[in-house]
Design a protein around this ligand. Structure first.
Ligand code: FES
Length: 253
């Protein structure tokens, strides 16, 4: 049998080998390497559109491995409590393992080029905050428009949106350390995906080595039609992990 080789998206850091996520066929995500795990709460700008993430509560990943719920039915989220065994959900992993950029649409601008693969949209809406990224890209010779376009792309949690810097000849990627985020969306009154940051590799139960990327969002509501990746279905499903929302500041860290 031909040995699989993992593909790596340009701009992806190489984390320590201790980090990885193994997906159980009809069960949870098994997290190895004890990366930090913290809520990432979408916060709004003056126009009431999501603009960035605030840090929320942190959760332990000291157990090796730590089993995180992916069916959306656990009573002790973010952890797995075995509910997947009797809950109604479809665990089938339907996403192909084609590099994200291969199926991305391209939008050209004077200083940047936008790569956009809609299949990975998690409906975080940051890409619409200061004019849409599709409107801003063709105006990227104006410093303000360029800056907003860069913000809207690097805060896209799934990496659906990537900007190519024409002058640098490289993608503009946020410098992310290996970490996991639990996305929370108070405006939509729901919870979102598991945000896998910093190139932590994700492995399927059949030996699939998913493309290694800096920003990955894994479904934790059980409703995505593009599993293991989030496709935004958590909003329609009104997924709620019932974790308390408390924004951490310097004072209450
Ligand atoms: S968490 Fe987004 S579709 Fe399941």
């Amino acid at each position: 049998m031909e040995e699989q080789k993992r593909m790596t998206e340009p701009g992806t850091p190489q984390p320590d080998e201790k980090y990885r996520i193994d997906i159980i066929a009809k069960g949870p995500y098994l997290v190895h390497g004890n990366p930090p795990l913290q809520q990432k709460i979408l916060v709004l700008n003056e126009e009431q559109i999501p603009w960035e993430y605030a840090d929320g509560n942190t959760y332990s990943t000291i157990e090796e491995p730590t089993a995180l719920c992916r069916c959306g039915h656990s009573k002790k989220t973010p952890y797995c409590d075995g509910s997947h065994a009797h809950a109604e959900w479809d665990p089938t992993l339907t996403a192909d393992n084609v590099p994200l950029l291969e199926n991305a649409e391209s939008y050209d601008g004077p200083t940047v080029q936008l790569a956009d693969n809609m299949e990975y949209c998690v409906h975080a809406r940051i890409c619409m905050a200061k004019g849409t990224i599709w409107e801003l890209t063709p105006q990227s010779d104006k410093p303000e428009a360029r800056e907003s376009a860069i913000h809207e792309s690097v805060f896209c949690p799934s990496g659906r949106l990537k900007l190519w810097d024409k002058q640098e000849g490289a993608f503009i990627e946020p410098p992310l350390q290996p970490a996991l985020g639990l996305i929370e969306d108070p405006q939509e009154q729901c919870s979102g995906p598991l945000w896998v940051q910093g190139g932590i590799p994700v492995n399927g139960p059949d030996g699939t080595l998913y493309e290694q990327r800096n920003r990955v969002t894994l479904c934790r509501c059980g409703s995505s039609t593009n599993k293991p990746f989030c496709d935004g279905s958590h909003i329609k499903a009104r997924f709620n992990d019932h974790l308390p929302l408390e924004i951490k500041t310097e004072e209450n860290k």
